[in-house]
Design a protein around this ligand. Structure first.
Ligand code: GDP
Length: 298
């Protein structure tokens, strides 16, 4: 991901090398190139406009500096603005004062929710928590089984519907899962919920019902970074339909252009909290805007 954007930006900066001072024309040309690079990477237009506007304004105010030449100063400005659109500071999970902390996952089918649930559980376990996974995705035929298999691989217990345990009713399963965690002293509950292939009123209603039943401490919207501009529309639809506290980007290991990843935080105003970049359960970490910007500009 971001390979093309990285290359394009590197070319832009190369053109500035050796310049002693940036003229208005240099700044305009650089801004145009950055605009094209971002649009080609599939970054949403409003985000591109804001980004380029900010870079231009700051570039005009650049003083001749002993420490940094103009090219380096522009790189620094672009870096800072990338960090800003990616959400600024690293946003960490908020844990409930009275455990269990309830984390609910929402997102489209195929976004990587079930995989992510197990990754997050393993990550939390490695941080010293005792998570419980709850299989409340009763829409996709194999989702419960997949969570059980992944939970086993992660060494994390899975609460799943059984006869008499709320079969067919995801709200009852979610509620039962939180009760089970309380009873068995798990300090974090991760509730996997059902998606659909596209935005769908029934899915949103079900997610709202689960949210209202378990009052999560964190609702995380899971989005496949490979789906391009659609990610922004889906993110907005879930924000309006369910609401969430943070975003998880999945499939960052793919070779897509990466614009979705660069647009979602800025468009929704919600921070990207985690990044998932592979099919292995350990391909997962907190999302650090500064590190991601650094990777793009590397
Ligand atoms: P769900 O329908 O949202 O629960 O999605 P799944 O967790 O079943 O994931 C859908 C597909 O994407 C599966 O084949 C996963 O193995 C794959 N997947 C999930 N996360 C990643 C990731 O970060 N990178 C890659 N390459 N594949 C992923």
């Amino acid at each position: 991901m971001f390979a093309t954007l990285s290359d394009r930006l590197a070319d832009t900066f190369k053109n500035l090398r050796g310049k002693g001072r940036l003229s208005e024309a240099d700044i305009d040309a650089t801004a145009r190139e950055i605009r094209v690079a971002l649009l080609e990477a599939d970054v949403a237009l409003p985000v591109v406009k804001e980004f380029v506007g900010a870079v231009k304004e700051r570039a005009r105010g650049v003083e001749v500096s002993q420490a940094l030449n103009p090219a380096q100063q522009i790189i620094k400005i672009v870096n800072d603005e990338l960090v800003t659109i990616l959400g600024g500071e690293t946003r960490r999970l908020r844990f409930a004062k009275n455990p269990p902390t309830v984390i609910m996952l929402a997102g489209l089918q195929g976004s990587g929710k079930t995989t992510l649930a197990a990754k997050l559980a393993l990550w939390l376990k490695e941080q010293g928590s005792s998570p419980l996974l709850v299989a409340a995705d009763l829409q996709r035929p194999n989702a419960v089984n997949q969570l059980q298999v992944n939970g086993e691989r992660a060494g994390v217990k899975v609460y799943a519907p059984e006869p008499g345990n709320g079969v067919g009713d995801p709200v009852a399963v979610a509620r039962g899962g939180v009760e089970e965690a309380r009873r068995t002293l798990h300090d974090v509950v991760i509730v996997d919920t059902a998606g659909r292939l596209g935005v769908d009123a029934e899915m949103m209603q079900q997610a709202r019902d689960i949210r209202d039943a378990v009052t999560p401490d964190e609702v995380l919207f899971v989005v496949d970074a490979m789906i391009g501009q659609d990610a922004v529309n889906t993110a907005q639809a879930f924000l309006d339909g369910v609401g969430y506290d943070g975003v998880v980007l999945t499939k960052l290991d793919g070779d897509a252009r990466g614009g979705a990843a660069l647009s979602v935080a800025s468009i929704t105003g919600k921070p990207v909290m985690f990044a998932s970049a592979g099919e292995k359960l350990t391909d997962f970490d907190l999302f650090h805007p500064d590190r991601m910007a650094g990777r793009i500009l590397d």
